[in-house]
Write a new protein. Structure first.
Length: 549
């Protein structure tokens, strides 16, 4: 699915200039997740940008898993990432790749750099390497092993590959510049020994490439033209180019090489988008898994009732910038409302029910009231909702002593039952949890003369004899602070479960079917917990405006 690449932006201008100049005949981008967690809202921005940009310019976007760390990666994450990207509406066809597909070639490139004097085997410990790397105000210290000959380095590197050494005994480092002001260029590690089972390559390898070494060269292998990444990789760009250029000089690639372009990551208020901190929330049991509807993961968003179209609208609306900034969570919620308002049929649901008895309504009588499925879409037709003497209404639709400006039920006041009759409130019996009223038989909505009843209050209802009880989860923001730092900032009221009374049509709701519960917001039948005839509903977002008194 081709989506707008967030309108005109500096990245699109670069791409269009490269096409116009003939530098590239076809645009190739890539979305390169590490399979060590589930995709979050920030990834949605990157997915829409990479796939949208390529699609709009007749190019292609690759899905590539940067699976260079076997200790943290699992097939579960690979599957979840693919599911999330497809849910957003994007396809990559045959262009599904893995960095592990290139392990043999990456090893070949590394040997070429060793032979050309651009890499060496360092036998210092990880702590020693870290301690001698220097700081922002002091140069790094040359490794005592930096002067090894190419022949000795090659022999040691091949022994590393053949499992002759334990973890941590040696690493392969690039020989660049230990005095560089960019710490990333101070002889970065290219390979480390790690006797660990890889989810795709099994036990074939005991040395694994670092992300910096594998990432740019994977781009080269795949012919990526524009490698888009977030701003935290800006300082890595010189290293990205250095690796690619050295391997190209060895005869493996020809220019133009991939161009790394950085853009601002998504910073969203009341949301954490740190994969490490999200993993902590899951592992410490603060949430019920990666797909908990409160989680800022795409799996959680899907379960909550957010839509792919809402994310597409959000990405288009916030645009692509070079500088970091904070986006209000309300912008995302508004985008979801905007799409859900257009696609969600309306239904009536009472979340905090209290019984209403219409005393003068004939006993044993019931009727069907015609109700529009969507007030702005007459072509969606109407449904017939049962009406009877006993109804469920919202508890807060009654006040014994009404506050100023309250137009709903209180003793002696008239209100209209939405799509039904005008009633007069009589009394409330607290011991029976029941409200009593009378109705005007000639006041039914849509019938001749009904408009003579002028009332300010209009409330929804469901017939007690026909409604069914269902679990409804009311979700709020997971964190209580606009810029949360971790579990200490969790919102204890982020989830509330109620037993609601729903109109009969909702009983057959299918998993992931979305509705607007009138006056309450947009809800979805839970894709995991719903059963035929017994749906459970999650609230995606509330309505834009609170219910008017």
């Amino acid at each position: 699915m081709d989506r707008p690449a967030s309108g005109s932006n500096f990245i699109r201008q670069i791409v269009e200039a490269d096409l116009a100049s003939g530098r590239h005949k076809r645009i190739v981008t890539r979305f390169p997740p590490e399979p060590n967690g589930y995709l979050h809202f920030g990834h949605a921005k990157s997915i829409c940008l990479n796939f949208g940009l390529a699609g709009q310019h007749g190019g292609v976007c690759h899905l590539r898993f940067d699976d260079t760390n076997p200790v943290k990666e699992e097939q579960e994450y690979v599957d979840a990432i693919k599911d999330a990207a497809k849910w957003l509406g994007f396809e990559w066809g045959e262009h599904e790749y893995y960095a592990s597909d290139y392990f043999d070639r990456l090893y070949q490139f590394a040997e070429a750099l060793i032979k050309r004097g651009h890499a060496y085997v360092d036998s210092q410990s990880a702590d020693e390497i870290r301690a001698t790397r220097g700081t922002l105000v002091s140069h790094g210290i040359l490794s005592p092993y930096r002067s090894r000959s190419a022949e000795e380095n090659l022999e040691l590197f091949r022994k590393m590959k053949s499992a002759a050494f334990p973890d941590g005994a040696h690493v392969l480092r690039a020989k660049i510049d230990m005095a560089s002001p960019n710490i990333n260029l101070r002889d970065p590690v290219m390979y480390r020994i790690r006797h660990a089972h890889h989810h795709r390559t099994g036990d074939k390898w005991c040395i694994y490439p670092t992300y910096d070494w594998a990432h740019g060269l994977s781009d080269c292998i795949e012919g990526v033209t524009h490698s888009l990444c977030t701003l935290e990789f800006e300082d890595h760009r010189p290293l990205y180019d250095w690796f690619n250029e050295r391997v190209a000089e060895a005869g493996f690639f020809t220019p133009p090489l991939p161009q790394q372009i950085e853009f601002a990551r998504l910073n969203l208020t009341y949301v954490l988008l740190s994969k490490r901190k999200l993993i902590e929330l899951v592992e410490q049991g603060h949430v019920a898994g990666w797909d908990d509807p409160r989680m800022p993961t795409l799996a959680g968003a899907r379960r909550r009732g957010y839509t792919p179209e809402g994310f597409g609208l959000f990405v288009e609306r916030i645009g692509v910038a070079k500088a970091d900034s904070w986006i209000e969570l309300g912008v995302l919620e508004d985008c979801m409302r905007e799409h859900l308002n257009d696609v969600a049929p309306r239904r009536m649901a009472v979340l905090d029910p209290v019984k209403l008895v219409i005393e003068n309504y004939p006993l044993g009588t019931e009727e069907l009231v015609e109700v529009p499925n969507h007030p702005q879409k007459p072509d969606w037709g109407k449904r017939r909702v049962p009406f009877s003497r006993e109804l469920w209404i919202e508890r807060d639709d009654y006040q014994e002593k009404p506050e100023k400006g309250y137009f709903r039920l209180f003793p002696g006041n008239d209100v209209r039952l939405r799509y039904g009759y005008v009633i007069t409130c009589k009394r409330f019996d607290g011991s029976a949890n029941t409200l009593y009223a009378t109705y005007y038989p000639d006041s039914r909505s849509g019938t001749p003369g009904a408009d003579k009843y002028k009332v300010k209050g209009n409330i929804h209802w469901v017939s007690a004899a026909h409604a069914f009880a269902a679990e409804v989860r009311l979700y709020d923001r997971l964190f209580r602070r606009p810029q949360p730092e971790g579990s200490a900032d969790l919102n204890p009221a982020s989830k509330k479960i109620v037993t609601a009374q729903l109109e009969p049509a909702l009983r057959e709701a299918k998993p992931e079917e979305r509705f607007q519960f009138e006056r309450h917001g947009y809800f979805v039948a839970d894709r995991i917990d719903s059963r035929p005839g017994a749906p459970r509903f999650n609230r995606a977002v509330t309505l834009r405006d609170s219910f008017s008194k």
